[in-house]
Design a protein around this ligand. Structure first.
Ligand code: SF4
Length: 244
């Protein structure tokens, strides 16, 4: 991607910048605008998804594992079916893994039911069926990586924990960086994700980021002309031919 805008040219005096290690800084004004406009956009256009109606860590985890590599509309019916059959960590842990795998079908990427089953067994054995909210403890589970730990902390325990999936990575990179390959800038993007969360609003902000990337700042054809970030987005107007 090329950095096509010099945002500093908009202001008469040099802007103060918040440093984000490693290697990026953002103007506090741009950060505030981004937070406010994103939350406003989400209140109006946020998607109505079943896992947003619960704070049960088990249900949040099931939705997050199902959503890995799978479209939302394919996940929704399976999410309901799965929870009806296995309503808790205890129920899932008791079930034979072959049956869990069958219930999972036709969602692909079949390592996921095994991972979920193993997390359920471990949660029951180590924590009495209650998923912990501590980041290190979550990361100690096989099958829970940094994104899933952040999503569980944020969506089940209402903490200001950062997340970084493909959508979030794309949005943050386009708005604040706009140069280089985001896949090689993950450490910086994790820092950016963490630094962008408005205090006490991690749940809504993270949901909003994911929806914004899925609905408006899409991978191939983002709706830049309709975008509330266009006056400070470093990628505006996004050109898919130029910004590969
Ligand atoms: S202006 Fe375009 S590239 Fe920038 S955030 Fe909005 S939709 Fe994405």
């Amino acid at each position: 991607m090329a950095n096509r805008k010099d945002s500093s040219a908009r202001s008469a005096k040099p802007a103060k910048r918040a440093s984000l290690k490693p290697g990026i800084s953002i103007e506090p004004g741009a950060k505030r605008r981004f937070q406010n406009r994103l939350l406003k956009w989400y209140r109006r256009y946020g998607r109505d998804l079943p896992w947003r109606k619960t704070s049960d860590p088990y249900k949040i985890l099931v939705s997050e594992v199902m959503l890995q590599q799978t479209q939302v509309d394919r996940v929704i019916p399976k999410y309901h079916e799965f929870l009806e059959r296995y309503p808790s960590f205890h129920d899932l842990a008791k079930a034979p893994v072959a049956e869990v795998r069958e219930t999972w079908y036709p969602l692909g990427y079949n390592i996921r039911p095994h991972r979920l089953h193993s997390i359920a067994c471990e949660t029951v054995a180590r924590y009495g069926g209650m998923l912990p909210n501590d980041s290190d403890e979550l990361l100690s589970f096989k099958g829970i990586g940094r994104y899933t730990a952040g999503a569980v902390r944020s969506f089940a325990f209402n903490e200001d924990a950062p997340i970084l999936d493909t959508n979030v990575m794309r949005v943050l990179h386009r708005v604040f960086i706009a140069s280089g390959d985001p896949k090689t800038q993950k450490a910086m993007l994790w820092n950016l994700s963490e630094a962008s969360i408005p205090k006490g609003k991690g749940y809504d902000f993270n949901q909003a980021l994911m929806d914004f990337g899925a609905v408006l700042c899409t991978a191939r054809d983002p709706y830049c002309l309709l975008c509330p970030m266009k006056d400070f987005c470093k990628s505006y107007p996004f050109d898919p031919k130029r910004d590969k």
